[in-house]
Design a protein around this ligand. Structure first.
Ligand code: PMP
Length: 422
């Protein structure tokens, strides 16, 4: 038995007060393989949470690619290297043809930060529109555009928020899309009334921190039109939904039938290796390219590119997008069945293997405390997930893409038991 209390105390002493832990009893993980994680006492967990190890924990092909390149050379993008070019070519091949340049960073935060610098240089504006409970990262400028960090984070003076695109019963994409666009136009007008020219609308295309909003497909178009009409650009943050997780499309923006001006990526891109980046339209990048130079010591290095390249190999060779589609549909159906027996489940919102399950109390109000109890009880019963949304009441389910139907059954059965007992 490891002493959890000792580790917690040591962590607080060494890392200080800003770090947070999951679960009433923090988890001390030491190993992972595929969809399974193992703690220091040898207990196994089904991972239904970690979208970073997207092709499975410790995938041997990715591990081998990292080790092989590390044994040969690791430098940076001031030297010529085919790794970064081959990967850029392959990544851009997964995008609409309009997005013809790729740039690399180490984190999603840096990718969003760089995207904003590019957008501001291109448009000459400063204004940024995001959703009300967005999370886009940790740099100073992007933390100021991440209201989900909490009330102590002050939003930037040029940042405006709009309500997330909630679908009420019976509403189609036109209704949801027009409402979302109206909010965006109001934000644009407010920026302009303060003398601020809009630079960008930046959204996570599955709105994960806002509570997961995946339907109805197509609702983004009017808002994208609105920001462009005001001289701004549309930035799709694909850090959460990207790389095949949504099943029916490789990217979240693609699912909505739009072509962004900039696409930012991260998390699953290196299956845990820190690699991130963006794709951009050449005309949007031109002003930044003229006036700034870009160098990122680690971004685009040969080892990172080998990791990212190997991730694409696995997604393609193991048919993981199709698996996300198939198993996601199975999980969605099972979750909707559970909703019939458990009134606590107020809504199930999903695309492929990205799912939000909203919990409500007896009065029908968002039940964040209930969701916390469910998350902790699931952990005790060997299943890992978490909760999201402004009320913390939405179970966030994003397993590695190698999740099988049997894994989905384990998740559903355990959740069924837990919902009976908490
Ligand atoms: N965008 C979104 C939508 C995210 O969820 C995150 C990370 N949770 C980021 C950006 C920032 O990525 P990173 O932690 O790699 O900086």
């Amino acid at each position: 038995m490891t002493d959890i209390a000792d580790l917690v105390a040591r962590r607080a002493k060494l890392l200080g007060p800003a770090y947070r832990l999951f679960y009433d009893t923090p988890l001390h993980l030491i190993k992972g393989k595929g969809v399974r994680l193992e703690d220091a006492d040898g207990k196994q967990y089904l991972d239904a949470y970690n979208n970073v190890a997207s092709v499975g924990h410790a995938h041997p092909h990715v591990v081998a690619a990292i080790a092989a390149q590390a044994a040969i050379l690791n430098t940076h993008t001031r030297y010529l290297h085919e790794g970064v070019l081959n990967y850029a070519e392959r990544l851009l091949g997964k995008m609409p043809a309009e997005l013809a340049h790729a740039m690399f960073t180490c984190t999603g935060s840096e990718a969003n930060d760089l995207a904003m610098r590019i957008a501001r240089q291109h448009t000459g504006g400063q204004g940024l529109i995001i959703t009300a409970f967005a999370y886009h990262g940790v740099t100073d400028s992007i933390a100021q555009a991440s209201p989900s960090l909490g009330r102590y984070v002050k939003l930037g003076e040029a940042v405006r928020t709009v309500p997330a695109p909630v679908q009420h019963p019976g509403e189609d994409a036109t209704v949801v899309g027009q409402r979302f666009a109206r909010h965006v136009r109001e934000a644009i007008a407010d920026l302009q009334s303060h003398g601020i020219q809009p630079a960008a609308l930046l959204v996570d295309t599955v709105f994960s921190s806002d509570g997961v909003f995946t339907e109805p497909v197509g609702f983004l178009t009017p808002a994208v039109d609105a920001i462009r009409a005001a001289g701004g650009v549309f930035i799709a943050d694909e850090v959460q939904p990207g790389f095949g997780r949504l099943g029916d499309s490789f990217w979240g923006f693609e699912r909505h039938g739009i072509v962004p001006d900039i696409v930012t990526m991260g998390k699953p891109m290196g299956n845990g290796h820190p690699v991130a980046g963006l794709a951009v339209r050449p005309n949007v990048l031109a002003a930044f390219g003229d006036q700034c130079r870009y160098f990122n010591t680690f971004g685009g290095n040969p080892v990172s590119m080998a990791a990212a390249n190997a991730v694409l190999d696995v997604i393609e060779q193991e048919g993981l997008q199709a698996n996300a589609h198939r198993v996601g549909a199975y999980l969605n159906e099972g979750m909707n069945q559970l909703a019939h027996t458990h009134p606590a489940i107020a809504a199930v919102r999903a695309a492929g293997l990205f799912m939000g399950v909203a919990l409500a109390d007896d009065a029908g109000l968002p039940d964040g405390a209930g969701a916390a109890r469910v998350v902790n009880a699931l952990r005790e019963n060997g299943v890992l997930l978490s909760a999201t949304g402004p009320d913390g009441n939405v179970l966030k389910i994003r397993p590695p893409l190698v999740f099988s139907q049997a894994n989905a059954d384990q998740l559903l059965n355990t959740l069924d038991d837990v919902l009976r007992s908490v």
